[in-house]
Design a protein around this ligand. Structure first.
Ligand SMILES: Nc1nc2c(ncn2[C@@H]2O[C@H](COP(=O)(O)OP(=O)(O)O)[C@@H](O)[C@H]2O)c(=O)[nH]1
Ligand SMILES: [Mg+2]
Length: 540
């Protein structure tokens, strides 16, 4: 039998599980678990001095007679046909601390009998100290309010004594409606065959065997079965001491509450299922990100980064004469409004890019990948839970377009500046051009000077070539050669920038996928784990 802290722990675990299951499992199942948590917590909060023992049974089985016989005085009217008595009568032995409990049981003061207030203190009273004995309404009454009262009090009772009689002991009314469903509570039940004085001696044993078989079929193999006659008093002492034994051990209250917690946890567990779930795989998430990237136009952008870098690099490092001409072509990034960089986009308040809207095919791919994410983890989950995973996976998709746009716009693409070497090359190109122009002018002067070769010194030469010509041709040739070399460098730079743009864009997209889909799905799975973990603790 468990200690107090253990039961408290189980209740708390059940409470957590039902909280995490709320909205993800059938409401009725969660409500039942919640009600159990509340009732058990309330009962645990009451003073533990009293034990509630209820006498339940069909009309005429002898509940009131047994109640009186246990009390040793006529307290409850015998032979009264309900509906006149739709309430339960309580007899309290040892009234200190019982008032809270009676309030919890919701039994009106006029239906309470304080055994201490009666003068005849006999052996009955010593045996049953600390007992609150309830004479319940008939469970087979035609009045619905009686059933409800019986059901209500049976929930709150610590120990149940079911009174059967020789005529109706096999009735489905008691077995199907009460005994079998309460099989989880076998530890806090007793069954009594009353009216045994009416059963001939030679038939008693076979009747008791018959009842035993029925109880076994109900799942109550371990429930004690006694024979009594409230009329002759036969077996009443045995019943009283059987009750007193259970009460004295101070275990029935906790045993009852524990059975409640277990059975509520079991029901919730049946609804939750026992299978685990797979974790989201890296491949699934990558496939999702790819679909997002595609829909967001990442490939288009990466291409634009590459061609823009190439174009600007060539302009910067190309031969100045031809690169000037290329300025007439539009810049691909400017066209996409992505050229402003991180601060630029803030500054201009331009969050949106002008990438083309995703096509139908791209949208369908996004939907399929999101569904695949939900399906991958929820296949072994119960239907309602799988449904809540799916709901969570799509719940934030309406934000997707905006989130992708702003993620892209805020990604720094590193396209504003060419590397430092490009600047040097540019200076060099202009110098070379300058040399070529000087060479050109000088050559012109030499060619068109009428006094050429007369009184001027010879034009200097290098290895037999006149310097102006070397300057002109060399400047042009070196410029073109440098431009050609730089084309290779620029291409490499463009490719590497495209790769790094692709990485940054995908990482931005990855956070969007994480926030909009992966996290919501994982939250559902975490709730599922929490429920299973809580139920395992409650059922331990
Ligand atoms: N012969 C016999 N009659 C009993 C016994 N117990 C109760 N009765 C009678 O059965 C009738 C119904 O009893 P009662 O205690 O009112 O049953 P309740 O409806 O379950 O409360 C009354 O007339 C009792 O006198 C018993 O053990 N033997
Ligand atoms: Mg009665």
């Amino acid at each position: 039998m468990s200690r107090g802290s253990d039961l408290g722990d189980r209740v708390e675990a059940l409470g957590r599980a039902s909280e995490a299951a709320r909205g993800r499992l059938d409401d009725a199942a969660v409500d039942r678990a919640d009600a159990t948590v509340e009732r058990v917590s309330r009962r645990l909060g009451l003073a533990a001095d009293h034990t509630v023992v209820a006498i339940a049974g069909a009309t005429g089985s002898g509940k009131s007679s047994t109640f009186n016989a246990l009390a040793g005085v006529e307290l409850s009217p015998v032979g009264v046909r309900r509906p006149t008595t739709s309430w339960a009568t309580a007899c309290v032995w040892g009234k200190d601390g019982a008032s809270e409990l009676l309030e919890y049981l919701d039994i009106a003061p006029r239906h309470q009998i304080m055994r201490d207030s009666l003068l005849d203190i006999g052996k009955e009273d010593q045996a049953l100290q600390g007992v609150v004995l309830l004479d319940l309404p008939d469970h087979d009454s035609t009045e619905v309010s009686h059933h409800l009262e019986v059901d209500r009090l049976i929930e709150l009772t610590d120990l149940m004594v079911w009174v059967l009689d020789p005529q109706k002991y096999a009735d489905a009314a008691v077995h199907d409606r009460y005994l079998a469903p309460l099989a989880t509570h076998w530890a806090v039940m007793m069954v009594v065959l009353n009216h045994v004085d009416e059963v001939p001696d030679e038939r008693r044993q076979s009747m008791l065997d018959d009842i035993r078989r029925l109880l076994d079929a109900d799942g109550l193999e371990r429930v004690p079965l006694l024979a009594t006659s409230a009329l002759t008093g036969e077996g009443i002492d045995a019943l009283r001491y059987a009750i007193a034994d259970r009460v004295r051990a101070k275990q029935v209250t906790r045993a009852r509450l524990e059975a409640d917690v277990r059975s509520a946890a079991q029901q919730l567990s049946d609804a939750t299922g026992t299978s685990g779930h797979p974790e989201l795989s890296k491949q699934r998430i990558t496939a999702l990100e790819d679909a997002f990237a595609d829909a967001a136009g990442v490939p288009t952008l990466v291409e634009a980064v590459e061609s823009a870098t190439r174009m600007r690099g060539r302009r910067a490092t190309g031969w100045p004469v031809t690169s000037w001409l290329s300025r007439l072509r539009p810049d691909p990034l400017k066209r996409l409004h992505l050229d402003l960089g991180r601060d630029g986009s803030k500054f201009t308040g331009r969050g949106r890019t002008s990438l083309p809207a995703p096509t139908q095919v791209q949208r369908a791919r996004v939907d399929a990948e999101v569904r695949a994410v939900a399906d991958e983890v929820s296949a072994p989950l119960p239907r309602s839970w799988a449904e809540s995973v799916r709901r969570a996976s799509v719940a934030r998709l309406p934000d997707l377009g905006d989130r992708l746009d702003s993620a892209l716009a805020q990604t720094h693409l590193n396209t504003e500046r060419m590397p430092a070497w490009a600047g040097l090359v540019r200076v060099l190109q202009w110098l070379l051009l300058l040399v070529a122009v000087v060479g050109l002018v000088w050559s012109g002067i030499v060619l068109f000077d009428p006094q050429f070769g007369v009184d001027r010194p010879d034009t200097p030469d290098v290895a037999g070539f006149p310097v102006p010509v070397v300057m002109l041709l060399g400047g042009i040739a070196l410029g073109l050669l440098l431009a050609l070399l730089c084309r290779l460098l620029v291409s490499a730079t463009a490719r590497s920038r495209a790769r790094s743009a692709d990485r940054s864009l995908r990482s931005a997209i990855s956070s969007v996928a994480e926030e909009l889909v992966v996290l919501p799905v994982r939250t559902e799975l975490a709730a599922y784990d929490e429920v299973r973990e809580g139920l395992a603790r409650a059922l331990r």
